[in-house]
Design a binder for this molecule. Structure first.
Ligand SMILES: NC(=O)C1=CN([C@@H]2O[C@H](COP(=O)(O)OP(=O)(O)OC[C@H]3O[C@@H](n4cnc5c(N)ncnc54)[C@H](O)[C@@H]3O)[C@@H](O)[C@H]2O)[C@H](O)CC1
Ligand SMILES: [K+]
Length: 229
């Protein structure tokens, strides 16, 4: 069996950048493929809903908005909790927030988690909880209010699916950055992350699924060849 392809945080973020800058594919197309891939994984996991999307301020949250749109289109009940101010969303995440909002998908936002009980209530009837708080943009120890939000998600009963990586996992070391989502399933984009090779990461990732987001294969091949050279 060929060795599992794994990329570092810097490598996988370069895939995004090179796809957009060298090949000209808009980032929102990558986000669409990412979100669609997670939606299809949820279907394969026999999701019935309600699905609760926990979204952050960056493109990991943006993936969450795409996932919500496809679930809503499929008639599966879905709601979004945004741990950010919608006004502060930018780029592809802002685009997909706007679409989800205009579709009437219920969205509650609380940028500083002023009401933790509202998040507990939001999660209390979840079939699946989708962790779209933080992805490869994380650096350093997890900061409030994500520390409390991650703890509340971990205490909730629903099945957890992490988008790209469990929020709070260092994708290069495979270790927790203080607080980390404990997921049953992780849908990771482009390739497994370097840290997933560390056995300790399994307690956070659960079962890992690689989602192809349509980045040109040359970029990934070059990165993997550099690793072996
Ligand atoms: N090629 C790909 O893999 C694609 C990935 N996509 C998704 O994009 C995210 C990465 O998005 P980015 O906007 O760069 O960052 P995040 O959303 O992960 O987080 C940014 C957010 O987090 C805050 N933050 C940073 N460090 C900390 C910390 N220690 N504690 C708390 N908060 C922190 C920061 O302020 C930002 O607000 C990737 O994971 C994928 O999900 C694309 O959608 C498709 C292509
Ligand atoms: K995540």
């Amino acid at each position: 069996m060929s060795p599992i392809k794994r990329l570092s945080r810097a490598e996988v973020r370069s895939v995004d950048q090179r796809t957009i800058e060298e090949f000209g594919l808009p980032g929102v197309a990558l986000m669409e493929n990412a979100g669609r891939g997670v939606f299809e994984l949820l279907l394969s996991l026999k999701v019935t809903g309600p699905v609760k999307i926990c979204a952050g301020k960056g493109n990991n949250g943006g993936d969450g908005f795409v996932i919500a749109r496809h679930l809503d289109n499929a008639g599966i009940p879905v709601q979004i909790f945004l741990l950010a101010d919608p006004e502060h969303l930018t780029g592809d995440a802002a685009i997909n927030y706007q679409v989800a909002s205009r579709m009437g998908i219920p969205i509650q936002s609380d940028p500083v988690l002023s009401d933790p009980d509202a998040l507990r209530t939001f999660l209390s009837d979840a079939d699946w909880i989708v962790d779209a708080f933080l992805g490869t943009g994380v650096q350093g120890t997890i900061r409030p209010p994500f520390t409390t939000a991650i703890q509340i998600v971990n205490q909730a009963a629903g099945n957890k699916l992490a988008v790209d990586l469990p929020s709070g996992l260092d994708c290069d070391t495979g270790l927790s950055l203080g607080d980390c989502i404990i997921a049953a399933q992780t849908a990771t984009f482009v390739a497994e992350k370097k840290g997933f090779a560390i056995p300790e990461s399994k307690q956070f990732t659960g079962a890992v699924h690689v989602v192809d987001i349509g980045a040109p294969r040359q970029i990934i091949t070059e990165l993997l060849q550099k690793q072996t050279s």
